[in-house]
Design a protein around this ligand. Structure first.
Ligand SMILES: Nc1nc2c(ncn2[C@@H]2O[C@H](COP(=O)(O)OP(=O)(O)OP(=O)(O)O)[C@@H](O)[C@H]2O)c(=O)[nH]1
Ligand SMILES: [Mg+2]
Length: 357
């Protein structure tokens, strides 16, 4: 639905504007009237079912998992566990070279799931000289954050406090670093609470980026239409999702389903357990595409969950965040960063990556 607020002195004149601009099908969503000094005013918000000018309206995007999904998912996970247990004695790890075996055992200590270990095992067995990085690289996709993320709208979602706002700001700064002329704005959907709001507004002002706040689907529809005219990238900072919150409700509340061109970045941290991450991803499972941004890797002691999640979701990793400051704490993701993290316990900021490394 395209939504717009019209104002004028009388209801009649405002209705005439609406009719002229939006046509007969327009519906009135809200109306306010008042008087300033001697002048009367009237504001009417109207909507019409039509694609938003530049950012097209979605056809039918379903943001809720199909009914019975979670029960099915639970049963399947259990079944997978049994199958893995049955297969384990037949793994024949002795057929691997000592180097390969050590690498696999290292991954197991990092909580890499047995189902993932099994996937790595087969190619390794076929070639004793093969490095573990080969099958790992085949299972995990990386799409480094930057200009090549061409979509105009990028939405950051994830649990409370995981680092969504900080990641959004740092990723915007990264874009600006790559392209000084890029026009970027933030849309803050989490303005009910203080801190993140101030941080976003502050950095938007400081870096000459646009800043909007939205509270509902009406403010969102108006904002996105405005922003699409003036900015090359629109970054939406969403509120976190608590245990009982539903993503579908959040999407409907802000009317996010009204735009098709929207790339979702799931912000996650390896400090959360495998189970916790699975539950979080489950909430967002109806969202297609996008990426995973891993934050707080400087606070984690095992990183197997990063591998498990990459394999189970098949989503690319776009960035790693490794510190609480805003400078030098976020890197567009490259495979070598994950390998160094897992096998050498090194954070991306602790070494220099040479070209073609
Ligand atoms: N150590 C560390 N701290 C981080 C990292 N990313 C963010 N933080 C810190 O984590 C805290 C929460 O970060 P925010 O960006 O506000 O997280 P959020 O997900 O937007 O939080 P809410 O909006 O409250 O849900 C802040 O103190 C950040 O400085 C990181 O990669 N490493
Ligand atoms: Mg925030």
């Amino acid at each position: 639905m395209q939504v717009k607020t019209f104002s004028g002195q009388t209801t009649r004149s405002v209705l005439a504007q609406i009719k002229q601009e939006m046509g007969e099908e327009a519906v009135i969503l809200s109306k306010q009237e008042g008087k300033d000094a001697d002048t009367r005013w009237c504001k009417i918000t109207a909507g019409v079912e039509r694609a938003v000018d530049e950012i097209q309206e979605a056809e039918t995007q379903e943001y809720a998992a199909p009914s019975g999904w979670s029960r099915w998912h639970e049963e399947w996970s259990e079944l997978k566990g049994y199958i893995t247990e049955l297969v384990k004695p037949r793994l024949q790890l002795h057929k691997l070279s000592p180097r390969q075996r050590l690498a696999l055992e290292h991954l197991q200590r990092h909580d890499v799931e047995d189902s993932v270990i099994l996937r790595l095992l087969r190619p390794l067995k076929s070639d004793a000289g093969m490095s573990i990085l080969k099958p790992l690289g085949d299972q995990i996709t990386f799409k480094p954050w930057g200009n090549e993320w061409k979509g105009r709208v990028h939405t950051f979602i994830g649990p409370f406090g995981v680092g969504k706002t900080s990641a959004a700001v740092r990723m915007a700064l990264q874009l600006r670093k790559q392209n000084q002329a890029m026009r970027i704005c933030f849309i803050n959907a989490d303005c009910a609470r203080g801190n993140g709001r101030l941080l976003l507004r502050h950095y938007a002002q400081l870096c000459d980026m646009g800043y909007y706040e939205i509270r509902d689907s009406i403010t969102f529809a108006n904002t996105i239409r405005d922003a699409a005219k003036s900015y090359d990238r629109i970054i939406i900072d969403m509120p976190g999702l608590g245990l009982r919150d539903s993503f579908k409700e959040q999407v409907e509340h802000f009317g996010l389903h009204a735009i098709r061109e929207n790339t979702y970045h799931r912000v996650l941290s390896p400090t959360a357990s495998n189970k916790q991450l699975t539950a979080t991803l489950e909430k967002y499972r109806a969202v297609k595409g996008g990426s995973i941004v891993w934050t707080k890797i400087d606070e984690a002691c095992t990183f197997g969950t990063i591998i498990n999640t990459a394999v189970s979701t098949e989503l690319p990793i776009s960035a790693f965040s490794y510190g609480s400051g805003l400078k030098g704490t976020l890197a567009p993701a490259q495979d070598v960063m994950l390998w160094r993290l897992i096998f050498k316990n090194q954070l991306p900021g602790e070494y220099t990556i040479h070209q073609n490394a």
